[in-house]
Ligand binder design. Structure first.
Ligand code: ZN
Length: 268
């Protein structure tokens, strides 16, 4: 499942093809993904110029000079293909630029979404309005406020998009490990000092993953490049039973129906 670093890498890859280009045509090859595509998608995008690309949490944003922003979410399996030589079965949405380059949103499981939102109303768009602050540049005191008095596990609170936006299971596990915080610890019991370490750890794990993703972008110069997926190495995630540097072993527990990986010796 794509997490924030995959979305960031995808946006940077799409930027190389789309930024500043006029959209020559768009093709919606089915009426819906997770939900219906806007019916006027083609009409509003065709002929528009892309003025910037960005990301909010796990939403990719493609802004045009007509005051619209195309908002995409990759869901479980979504990814953009760059200059596909052939249109594949699950290429559901295709943008062609005035340079004749194409990008195709491929999503076999169709948990992704595409929406067209007025750029000046984007901050009030329900899915975005509900989001907490981005995990970069987070103020530890700002993070402490929503955690105060909470007995829920810190792991689960960090996955709450209203508290921090864009964090997923993998990077929460990795960040808690680096910060030495036990995933079951009550959110309200994590001191400001330890939250400072946690904020740094979150930025570190995400920055490293984005850098790893960025280093794969050169492959997309060739046709049929796939944006956003790259191999990563984790210290605890998906490493149940493997050795930790402390001599202990990585343990797996289930929290909120999802696996948590941690080192019981290093994390308190
Ligand atoms: Zn350890």
């Amino acid at each position: 499942m794509p997490e924030l670093p995959e979305v960031e890498t995808t946006v940077r890859g799409l930027e190389r093809v789309l930024d500043g280009r006029r959209i020559a045509s768009v093709e919606a090859r089915r009426p819906d993904l997770r939900r219906a595509l806007p019916v006027d998608l083609g009409q509003r995008l065709t002929g528009a110029r892309v003025t910037s690309l960005g990301r909010r949490a796990k939403y990719g944003l493609i802004e045009t000079d007509r005051g619209d922003t195309l908002v995409f979410h990759l869901g479980m399996s979504g990814h953009w293909r760059v200059d596909p030589t052939e249109i594949a079965k699950h290429d559901h949405f295709i943008i062609e630029t005035d340079e004749g380059r194409r990008v195709a949103l491929n999503d076999a499981r169709r948990f992704g979404s595409l929406d067209l939102v007025r750029t000046d109303a984007l901050a009030d768009w329900p899915a975005i309005e509900a989001l907490g602050p981005e995990p970069f540049g987070l103020d530890p005191r700002e993070l402490k406020r929503p955690l105060a008095g909470r007995s829920a596990a810190i792991k689960l609170l960090l996955l709450d998009q209203r508290i921090v936006a864009g964090l997923g299971n993998i990077y929460v596990c990795e960040a808690l490990y680096r910060a030495g915080i036990h995933p079951r610890r009550a959110g309200g019991s994590v001191s400001l000092e330890r939250l400072k370490r946690l904020v740094l750890a979150i930025e570190e794990v995400l920055t490293e993953a984005i850098a790893a993703g960025g280093s794969t972008l050169r492959d997309f110069a060739s046709p049929d490049g796939e944006l956003g997926y790259f191999s990563k190495t984790f210290q605890v995630y998906d490493r149940e039973g493997k050795a930790c540097g402390c001599g202990g072993r990585v343990k797996r527990i289930v929290q909120g129906g999802r696996s948590t990986f941690f080192c019981p010796r290093c994390q308190r």
